[in-house]
Design a protein around this ligand. Structure first.
Ligand SMILES: NC(=O)c1ccc(NCc2ccccc2N2CCOCC2)nc1
Length: 246
């Protein structure tokens, strides 16, 4: 999959893709990240990429033409059709289903806004979808772009090894993850739950599922809305609540 990032700080997003799982995916050619800077397409000796907002008000707005030329250059740099995603607080909230949908695209061009945002005419003409990573304001779209790139990279075939994909699965099925423990068994912060030391894999899997269900119900009940729990899951959730109440 090819991702082009259009940003005044293109190296920022490329750097975020240089480490860990995503870095490995790039090294192995499962994913390629390219940066294009609108400033390289700005005219005049100040190479302006922004200007004052019509109607007054604080801040500056990104100009149409440098962005449009940068988007065109990014489009031409790769092959095949590309979907343009604009990272913005006005976008549709990103969730794992949205990541899966975008990860299936052959190409993405991710547009990162700075200043107070981008001239609306460019958005209407060039952007296929606006995406928000959450209801908070950041100084630019680069961090949201890096978040999107990371989440998409993990879903590319061959990127995660078996252990990592198992962890991914626990979030994929819409539940929060269970607690994790490692050595030592005894510590002044507490003891590892005996079930995890039992070697009884069915019992361990049951305990982990119970913990995922219980934590989801306690911390993110919204994730269970509209979800038909199986009889087994309902019993596990009940067991979790009884244990928590005890
Ligand atoms: N939640 C998100 O995904 C998110 C994304 C971007 C972002 N900022 C860049 C930006 C992009 C578009 C429009 C305005 C702005 N902003 C520029 C700086 O001023 C505030 C508005 N912030 C949060």
């Amino acid at each position: 999959m090819r991702i082009d990032v259009v940003s005044l700080f293109p190296e920022f997003v490329a750097q975020c893709a240089a480490f860990g799982v995503v870095g490995r995916a790039v090294e192995r050619g499962l994913l390629s990240i390219h940066g294009t800077n609108p400033r390289d397409f700005a005219e005049g000796n100040y190479r302006r990429v922004d200007d004052r907002p019509f109607g007054g008000g604080p801040g500056m707005v990104m100009l149409i033409e440098p962005l449009r030329r940068a988007l065109d250059a990014a489009r031409r740099a790769g092959e095949g059709p590309s979907r343009v995603v604009y990272m913005s607080p006005q976008g549709r909230r990103l969730d794992q289903a949205g990541v899966r949908r975008l990860a299936a695209e052959p190409r993405l061009i991710v547009l990162c806004g700075r200043y107070e945002g981008v001239d609306e005419r460019l958005i209407r003409a060039e952007v296929d979808e606006e995406v928000s990573i959450g209801d908070y304001v950041l100084s630019g779209g680069e961090l949201p772009a890096a978040v999107l790139v990371d989440a998409i990279a993990r879903l590319q075939d061959g990127v995660l090894n078996d252990t990592e994909s198992a962890q991914q699965d626990s979030f994929e099925d819409g539940l929060l993850d269970c607690p994790h423990y490692t050595r030592p068994v005894e510590h002044d912060l507490g003891r590892v739950p005996d079930v995890l030391l039992s070697g009884d894999h069915a019992r361990i899997a049951r305990w982990r599922r119970m913990q995922s269900l219980g934590r989801t119900a306690a911390r993110r009940p919204d994730l269970l809305d509209g979800r038909e729990l199986s009889k087994a899951d309902r019993e596990l959730l009940q067991a979790y609540r009884e244990e928590a109440a005890a």
